[in-house]
Design a protein around this ligand. Structure first.
Ligand code: ADP
Ligand code: ASP
Ligand code: MG
Length: 810
């Protein structure tokens, strides 16, 4: 014989119930079918009871809704005449519960007894309704057989009595037998329940007593998943679990099976199979006594519990004193406060325990009372409680004797800035549990899940700021490269937010990037940088990266706060890195301390890698003695393009139009851009330097820079065309060229023109290329030379993209 249990969603509508019917009918063995209440009904009944207790008339409306729900299902399931008869009986049942609710409403008082009758009513109706589907099927009233007894104030199954009762009806069983779940009865013939989710337990008790061949739990997911699918969208189904593993996972919050369910069937070695009513073909999860071979998965699943508090008792007077733990637990046990996790350091000066938040205040009072004398004598000096905590547990039998699991676990937490408050690992090594702030739960679960189950692929969560040319091209790159990155590098780039100066769009699950720029403008909210930043922090996603594709000072002000919240920053914006040295240094230090990245490779050479090789030299112990460089692709383009037919003003206009220059080309022409770049390089080379320390000769005389508007500048610069061309021609006649360069020498940086002949490495620097010569202890005779395309939105976007990949591969 088999026992099949169908949960609330499985019997939640007529369609689902028909699926249940088909599953039951397709069995080739006799079956006991245990059913839950119609999905959501238990919650509604409990709500009605609570309203009635307050004298709120709405309780009757809820009861009517529940009744209508059942009527609707009955009408859909049965032909009219049969439906009439069934409804008649259902009406009688509703009259019973209605009388009880009326009583509660009148008295504004509820007894344990009436509460149990009301909350278990859903199972009585659903089992009656479902039994009618099977010709020759038989309905049994579980409360006649499943008996409870009060143990420490809690209804607990009286197994002896229950077994006796169930065995006595064994002979009366037919091919299809329907039992309501959840409901039971005590010695005084009063209705009791087996606790929320208790229908699983009913099924297990019956399976164990009647020696079923299997206990099948039919629900709305494909089986036991690696983590709660409501939190971890990429959780997947586990094929096999041992009883112990299933027990640990369910105790730590995996709702798919009610924790007490496992013990009775485990004792009889009856396998449990978790199946999906809505996808019966799926294999499901098999729970039995077999252990998987050691080489196989070390960690099988992750669970979590929310709404818990961490209580810590501390004092030097506790060291070496026996009985402290005993007294602590006893004081809590007397008031039925369940201890979820225990952690004590070997110094014995503190014990931390996790309890339900709602018991926290009471627990503190009890513990304070218990240790009153020790507190007075200062032997116990601190009892603290932190609420809003959560426990995460990773479970797997094969963790035993495997080293490195906790290393991997806590390393992943640390890298994502999830602080751990207490840790417990039992000597059985089946479970490692740890306490985090509830606000970090989602991130913690995602991080652990990624580390243990999806380590074959990595996710970065991007929050893009700026949709100008660089931002747009970055999105294009993401769209064109993501499949390849996923296939070849096991890297998934998810855009969780995007904003420009007008609109913002955010989704922690990831936005669809194909039409993201349109979506932003059409569906986005009004842009608000502080709200955007707060959201990034609030989502608290693993591997979060804010990408600044603007040149805006205001944006650079948010970096510090982001890094402090363990969010990496990738920026094409040079303002932060070239602002005052103290702020720059603080950003770098924060990133280092928080284990996140602050990357700005594009600040100097656009797509050309300059900062990374420089960092590598410094890190390998080399000392940078000097730098010589052409760092402005724009200005190099201008000097290379001006000739007798192409005046300076036209070339400036062209550079602007082609996107080589900053939106305002004066930033390039003033030399400011080059100043910023050499400053960043000097700092990265190890020199403490400010912008004001750099001597600069602008590309065009200062008076043009001082024009009121860009238009005025573009007009007035025309008068300088002649002077510039003359200089060029004069040098050309001597076989020389003009370059606008930057230099770092003896700790001093300068920016301005240099005149060079053809022996100089800068002579053949074409178009908008950049070049940098690095002179170091190791590269003294022949400086290291890096040369290449150094301007343009496309290479900048490529450089930003490369930085993002670096964050992912950290
Ligand atoms: P039923 O009504 O069938 O008893 P439950 O709602 O009690 O169903 O349990 C199934 C639900 O448990 C799933 O829909 C899922 O959202 C949740 N759940 C939480 N953790 C897990 C997990 N590790 N594996 C599968 N489901 C889980
Ligand atoms: N109907 C009960 C509940 O919702 C029991 C169950 O479904 O397992 O808790
Ligand atoms: Mg359940």
């Amino acid at each position: 014989m088999k026992v099949l249990k169908f949960g609330g969603t499985s019997v939640g509508s007529a369609d689902s119930i028909l699926k249940v019917r088909d599953i039951v009918k397709s069995q080739d063995d006799d079956v006991v079918v245990v059913v839950s209440a119609v999905g959501g009904v238990t919650d509604q009944l409990i709500k009605a009871a609570n309203l009635a207790k307050k004298g709120d008339h709405e309780c009757f409306d809820i009861l009517s809704e529940v009744k209508e729900k059942h009527y609707g299902i009955i009408s859909e399931l049965f032909p009219l005449d049969i439906a009439q008869t069934i409804k008649f009986r259902v009406d009688q049942l509703f009259d019973e519960v209605s009388t009880i609710i009326k009583g509660v409403y009148m008295l504004k008082e509820i007894t344990v007894k009436s509460e149990a009758i009301i909350s278990s009513f859903g199972e009585r109706v659903s089992s009656f309704m479902i039994a009618q589907l099977f010709e020759g099927g038989k309905l049994f009233e579980s409360q006649k057989y499943i008996k409870t007894d009060k143990v420490f104030g809690k209804d607990t199954v009286d197994f002896e009595e229950t077994e006796r009762n169930l065995l006595s009806v064994k002979d009366e069983l037919v091919a299809i037998n329907v039992f309501p779940g959840f409901i039971a009865c005590n010695k005084n013939e009063e209705i009791t329940t087996l606790g929320r989710g208790g229908s699983d337990y009913t099924a297990a008790i019956i399976a164990a007593t009647l020696d079923a061949s299997v206990l099948e739990i039919w629900t709305d997911v494909n089986g036991f998943m690696t983590a709660d699918p409501r939190i971890i969208s990429r959780a997947y189904c586990i094929d096999k679990l041992s009883y112990q593993e299933a027990m640990e996972l369910s105790h730590f919050g995996a709702k798919v099976i009610y924790p007490p369910t496992i013990l009775p069937v485990y004792k009889k070695k009856i396998p449990i199979l978790i199946k999906n009513t809505f996808n019966p073909e799926a294999q499901g999860t098999l729970i039995n006594d077999e252990r998987e071979p050691l080489k196989d998965k070390k960690i099988k699943g992750i669970s979590s519990i929310k709404e818990v508090a961490l209580l810590t008792i501390q004092g030097i007077g506790m060291i070496g004193v026996t009985g402290i733990a005993m007294r602590l637990f006893k004081s809590l046990a007397q008031k039925n406060i369940n201890v979820i996790l225990i952690s004590q350091a070997s110094s014995e000066n503190s014990i931390s325990i996790v309890i339900e938040s709602k018991a926290a205040d009471k627990a503190v009072k009890l513990v304070e009372k218990e240790f009153k004398t020790e507190i007075a004598l200062n032997q116990v000096n601190n009892i603290t409680v932190e609420s809003d905590m959560a426990v995460i547990a990773i479970v797997g039998e094969n963790m035993k004797h495997t080293t490195g699991i906790s290393g991997k676990l806590f390393n992943s937490m640390g890298r994502n800035g999830v602080n751990i408050y207490a840790i417990a690992q039992g000597a059985s090594e089946l479970n490692i549990s740890f306490v985090v702030k509830e606000k970090d739960l989602r991130k913690g679960l995602n991080t652990v899940h990624e580390a243990f189950f999806l380590s074959h692929f990595n996710v970065v969560n991007l929050f893009v700021i700026g949709t100008g040319t660089v931002g747009k091209m970055l999105i294009e790159k993401i769209n064109s490269q993501s499949d390849k990155l996923f296939a070849e590098n096991k890297l998934k780039i998810r855009v969780a937010g995007i904003t420009n100066s007008r609109k913002m769009l955010l989704d922690p699950q990831g936005l669809d990037t194909s039409g993201i720029l349109n979506d932003l403008m059409e569906k986005g909210d009004n842009a608000n940088l502080s709200v955007y930043t707060e959201k990034v922090k609030e989502y608290n996603l693993a591997n979060s990266v804010v990408v600044d594709c603007t040149a805006n000072a205001i944006i650079s002000e948010i970096y510090q706060g982001l890094l402090e919240s363990n969010v990496s920053v990738v920026t094409a914006n040079k303002i932060a890195t070239s602002s005052d040295y103290a702020s720059y240094q603080k950003l770098k230090e924060t990133a280092l301390n928080k284990g996140v990245k602050f990357l700005f490779e594009t600040n100097v050479g656009a797509g050309l890698p300059i900062i990374a090789p420089l960092n590598d030299l410094v890190m390998s112990g080399d000392k940078i003695l000097g730098l010589e460089a052409v760092l402005s692709g724009t200005l190099n383009y201008i000097v290379n393009t001006v000739d007798e037919n192409k005046p300076l003003s036209d070339v400036i206009q062209e550079a602007k139009e082609k996107g080589y220059s900053e939106p305002d080309p004066r930033i390039d022409l003033s030399g400011t851009d080059v100043v910023r770049k050499i400053l960043i390089l000097a700092r990265e080379a190890g020199y403490e330097m400010e912008q004001s320390d750099i001597e600069v000769v602008p590309f065009v005389p200062q008076k043009y820079m001082d024009c009121d508007s860009l238009d005025q500048f573009m007009e007035e610069i025309k008068e300088y065309n002649g002077t510039f061309e003359e200089k060029r021609k004069e040098l050309a006649n001597q076989g020389k060229k003009l370059r606008y360069g930057a230099k770092l020498e003896n700790g001093k940086a300068t920016v301005g023109f240099i005149e060079i002949d053809k022996t100089h490495p800068f002579f053949d620097l074409e178009g908008s290329n950049n070049i940098i010569l690095i002179n170091s202890e190791h590269y003294k005779e022949h400086p290291m030379q890096i040369k290449g395309y150094g301007a343009g939105a496309d290479v900048t976007a490529a450089g930003v993209f490369a930085d993002i990949i670096k964050v992912a591969n950290k």
